[in-house]
Write a protein that binds this ligand. Structure first.
Ligand code: BGC
Length: 727
C-alpha cells in the first residue's frame, strides 16, 4: 500500500445551519468582490473531459493562486487534485479550499448498469446501492460532488441521453431520484459521502426529434406535471446542487431563465443550494441570440439566478465591472458566493480540505461488496421481452452456439463510465468459461460491418447447435451525450447475420445490448426470445450467465417504451386520449395505416420465467375524500414451478377533470418475491392526494369525480375498478 496523503481522517464536526451561516458570513467579510466572484467559477484542468468548447487549462493553477476559482470539474487523479488543493489552501490569499466535481453517474470504478437499465429494476434499493458505492469510490478518488442523478423525463429513444435517465414516468423517476440522492449524500460530513447534483434542470428530455441540444416546446402544465416532478423529489431529499440544462423553456435558455431559476426553483420548490450551469451553457445564450457578448451573458445569467458558471468565464471576466457600474446588484454576488461556501462547509472542506484525497485510492475500488451490489443491480436491470416456446432458460444438456460481436466484448460499461475501465468488466464469454459451460462460439459480425467469411463461420457453428444465442446490439458509445440516432435499429451488419442464422430454423435467443429502446420490427419475429441486457457494467457477464441458465429469474420491466417502429416516436404510456381515440375499426380516428398505435413493448412490461396471474382486484373504500387512504388489494399467483420476483403496478385514470388527463398515470408499485406456486394478496395504500393534477387554473388538486384504479403486471395488461372522490 502506498502512503496515504489523507493523513488523518479527523472527524468533521456536524454543524447547525446557524453555525455554518455565521462562519460563511464571517469569511465573506474578509473577501474582496473579485474573490467572491471567484467562488462562482468552475474550471477544468489537464485531464478534464471536454464535452463542448475547449478551455484554457494553462490558466487554472494561476487562477487558483489568485483565489478566483470555486471548483474544479472532471479530475479523478488524486495527485493532481492534491496539488491543486494544496495551491488553493496554501497559496491563495484566504486559503479557501476548492470543491472537486465529477460526472459519476452509474458507478465510479465499479460500473453499475447504465441508469435507464437500473431504472428497469423498479427497485430504489438497487439505485441506492449504486449511489452509495459510487459515493464510497468517488469520495476516495478526490471527488466532493457528483453530477448525478440525471432526472430528465424522456420520451424519444433517438435521443442518446435516454441512457442516463430513469425513463418516461415522473413518479418512478421521483422515487429513484430520492434513492440516488440519499445514497450519494447521507451524512455529508462522513468521509464516504459526496454531494449530489440533479440535472438537467429542466425539460432537456423533450428535445425535438430526439436531436441532441435541440429546442424543446411544452406547456407550463407539462412542466409542473411531468418534467419538474423528479427535481422536486430530489430537492425534498435535500440535494445540494442543481444543474441547468442546455435547452430553452418558453424560448428562454434555462441558464438565463429567471422564471425557472428564481420563481420556480427557489420560491416554489424551496431549493437553497447551488445552481450550476451545464458545460458552457451560459456562453451558449449567445447562440440562442439572447446575449450579444460575454458581458451580457454574465449579467443575464446572474440576474436570472445562476450561482456557479461551468467552464465559461463570463463571471470572472465581467461581473466585477458590472457590479462597480451598478448594472448588477452586489447582493446577487453575495448570495451566490454564500451558497458555494456554505456547501464547502457542509462537505467539511474547511475542516479538512484533503478530505477525499487518497494516494491509495485503488484500495477502495472494486471491493467484493461493491461487486456483489453491482451484480445484483445487473440482474435486476435485465428485461425479458419475449420468450416463445420457453427458449429461455437454457438447458445444460442443449448444445448452444453463442454468436455475435457482444459475446466476447468487455465494452459493456455504457456512457459516462466514471473511472471504470472496461478491462475490469466480465464479458459473457468470460462468465461462461468461469462457470465451465461447454459451448460453441463464432463472432459472426462486427458491430458495424461483417463479411461473408464471418457469416459462413457463424452458420457452420450454428448448424452444430440445438439452439443459438445471438448477442447483438449497439456499441456502448452509440448512446450518451451527442449520440442521437435517427435510425434506432440494430446496425445492419448484425441484422444480416441474424437473417442468415434464422434461415436455419433453429430456436434463437437474442441478447440485446443497448443504451436505448431500439426499433426491433425487422427482427422481432425471427427470434424466439429476447433478453434486454442493456450495458450492465463490471458484472455484466455473470449477470447474463445466471439469467440465461435460469440460476436467476428475470425481474426487470421497461421504464421506457420500445416503439413499434421509429415512425411512432415519441410513444409513451401516459398519453392523452385525443378527441378521436382509435377503436380498432373507425377510420376517422387517431391511428396509423401501417402500424398499431401502441408501442411494441410498453412502459411497465417485462416477462419472467414464472407465470404470474392476477385476480380479485378489491378496493376497500370506494368513496374517498381529501387525505383518505385508498386501500387497494389484488391477488397474485405464481402459477409455475419457478420462484421469482414480480413488479405489481398501480395506475389511475380520471374519468373527468377540468383539463384532459392521460389515459393512465402510474402511481405506485411493489416488487415482491414469490416462491413456486405461491399466491399472495398484495396491498396498496394510496393517498387520495395522489389523484391530483394541475387543473385548469394551474392548481395541483383533486377534483370531484370518478377515478379508475388499475393494477396489473404492465401498463398494457391491467385489472380495473373505480372509486369516487368527493370534496
Ligand atoms: C453534460 C452534463 C455534464 C457536464 C459536465 C455536459 O456536457 O450535459 O451532463 O454533467 O457536461 O461534464
Amino acid at each position: 500500500m502506498k502512503s496515504n496523503i489523507n493523513i488523518i481522517r479527523q472527524p468533521i464536526p456536524k454543524r447547525s445551519k446557524e453555525e455554518i451561516n455565521s462562519l460563511v458570513i464571517d469569511l465573506m467579510t474578509k473577501m474582496t468582490l473579485k474573490e467572491k466572484i471567484g467562488q462562482m467559477y468552475q474550471t477544468g484542468h489537464e485531464g478534464t473531459e471536454v464535452t463542448g468548447p475547449q478551455f484554457d487549462a494553462s490558466k487554472t493553477v494561476k487562477n487558483v493562486k489568485d483565489g478566483i476559482v470555486g471548483s474544479i470539474i472532471g479530475l479523478l487523479n488524486n495527485e493532481v487534485i492534491y496539488s491543486l488543493q494544496k495551491t488553493a489552501v496554501e497559496e491563495s490569499r484566504l486559503g479557501i479550499p476548492l470543491m472537486f466535481c465529477n460526472d459519476i453517474i452509474h458507478g465510479c470504478k465499479t460500473a453499475f448498469p447504465h441508469n435507464l437499465a437500473m431504472s428497469s429494476s423498479f427497485n430504489p434499493d438497487v439505485v441506492y446501492d449504486c449511489a452509495s458505492v459510487s459515493a464510497y469510490e468517488s469520495s476516495h478518488s478526490g471527488v466532493n460532488v457528483v453530477f448525478s442523478p440525471m432526472l430528465d423525463i424522456v420520451r424519444d429513444p433517438r435521443w442518446g441521453r435516454v441512457v442516463e435517465s430513469n425513463g418516461e414516468d415522473p413518479y418512478l423517476s421521483s422515487v429513484l431520484a430520492k434513492a440516488y440522492v440519499e445514497g450519494y449524500q447521507g451524512d455529508l460530513t462522513s468521509y464516504d459521502k459526496v454531494a449530489a447534483c440533479v440535472k438537467h434542470y429542466v425539460g432537456y428530455g423533450a428535445t425535438l426529434a430526439g436531436r441532441e441540444y435541440n429546442t424543446v416546446d411544452f406547456s407550463r402544465r407539462q412542466l409542473f406535471q411531468y418534467y419538474l416532478k423528479p427535481f422536486e423529489a430530489g430537492i425534498n431529499a435535500d440535494v445540494k446542487m442543481v444543474m441547468t440544462s442546455f435547452n430553452v423553456f418558453e424560448d428562454v435558455p434555462v441558464t438565463a431563465n429567471k422564471y425557472l431559476l428564481r420563481d420556480v426553483l427557489r420560491d416554489k420548490l424551496g431549493f437553497e443550494g447551488v445552481v450550476i450551469s451545464d458545460y458552457t451553457s451560459s456562453m451558449e445564450i449567445m447562440n440562442h441570440k439572447i446575449a450579444k457578448n460575454a458581458k451580457e451573458v454574465a449579467k443575464k445569467c446572474v440576474i436570472a439566478g445562476l450561482d456557479h458558471e461551468m467552464i465559461y468565464t463570463s463571471y470572472i471576466d465581467h461581473l466585477e465591472e458590472l457590479v462597480l457600474n451598478k448594472e448588477v446588484d452586489e447582493k446577487l454576488i453575495d448570495e451566490a458566493c454564500y451558497r458555494v461556501l456554505y456547501l464547502k462547509y457542509e462537505l467539511g472542506l474547511f475542516d479538512n480540505p484533503y478530505k477525499n484525497i487518497y494516494f491509495n485510492q485503488e484500495d477502495y475500488w472494486l471491493t467484493d461488496e461493491s461487486k456483489t451490489k453491482a451484480l445484483n443491480a445487473a440482474i435486476e436491470s435485465c428485461v425479458l421481452l419475449k420468450n416463445d416456446n420457453k427458449a429461455l432458460p437454457l438447458n445444460e444438456t442443449e448444445k448452444i452456439a453463442f454468436i455475435g460481436p457482444m459475446v466476447k466484448t468487455q465494452e459493456v460499461v455504457g456512457p459516462w463510465g466514471g473511472k471504470a475501465d472496461f478491462h475490469d468488466c466480465i464479458s459473457l464469454a468470460m462468465a461462461l468459461d468461469q462457470e465451465q459451460h461447454s459451448y460453441l462460439y463464432a463472432e459472426g459480425s462486427k458491430i458495424h460491418e461483417n463479411n461473408q467469411e464471418l457469416i459462413d463461420e457463424a452458420i457452420l457453428t450454428a448448424k452444430q447447435a440445438d439452439k443459438i444465442v445471438l448477442a447483438l446490439g449497439e456499441h456502448q458509445h452509440m448512446s450518451g451525450e451527442a449520440n442521437a440516432r435517427a435510425d434506432i435499429r440494430i446496425p445492419e451488419a448484425q441484422v444480416k447475420l441474424l437473417d442468415e442464422i434464422s434461415k436455419l430454423g433453429k430456436p434463437i435467443v437474442l441478447l440485446l445490448f443497448t443504451g436505448r429502446p431500439l426499433d426491433l420490427t425487422n427482427i422481432v419475429n425471427k427470434v424466439d426470445s429476447i433478453l434486454n441486457v442493456w450495458f450492465l457494467g463490471t458484472m455484466s457477464g455473470h449477470a447474463i450467465e445466471k439469467l440465461i441458465y435460469g440460476k436467476e429469474n428475470p425481474n426487470g420491466k421497461l421504464t421506457m417504451s420500445f416503439p413499434y417502429t421509429v415512425g411512432q416516436v415519441p410513444v409513451f404510456y401516459n398519453t392523452l386520449n385525443t378527441g378521436r381515440p382509435y377503436d380498432g375499426v373507425t377510420f376517422y380516428t387517431s391511428h396509423y395505416l401501417d402500424i398499431p398505435n401502441h408501442p411494441l413493448y410498453p412502459f411497465g412490461y417485462g416477462l419472467s420465467y414464472s407465470n404470474f396471474e392476477y385476480s380479485n382486484l378489491t378496493i376497500e373504500n370506494k368513496v374517498v375524500k381529501k387525505d383518505d387512504i385508498i386501500k387497494v388489494s389484488v391477488d397474485v399467483f405464481n402459477n409455475s414451478n419457478v420462484a421469482g420476483k414480480e413488479i405489481v403496478e398501480l395506475y389511475i385514470e380520471a374519468q373527468s377533470f377540468s383539463v384532459a388527463r392521460p389515459v393512465l398515470e402510474f402511481k405506485d408499485f411493489k416488487k415482491i418475491h414469490f416462491d413456486a406456486y405461491e399466491k399472495k394478496t398484495i396491498e396498496f395504500e394510496l393517498d387520495s392526494n395522489a389523484l391530483s393534477y394541475y387543473n385548469i387554473d394551474m392548481i395541483d388538486t383533486v377534483e370531484e369525480g370518478l377515478y379508475n384504479i388499475f393494477v396489473g403486471p404492465s401498463s398494457n395488461k391491467l385489472l380495473k375498478d373505480v372509486i369516487e372522490y368527493k370534496l
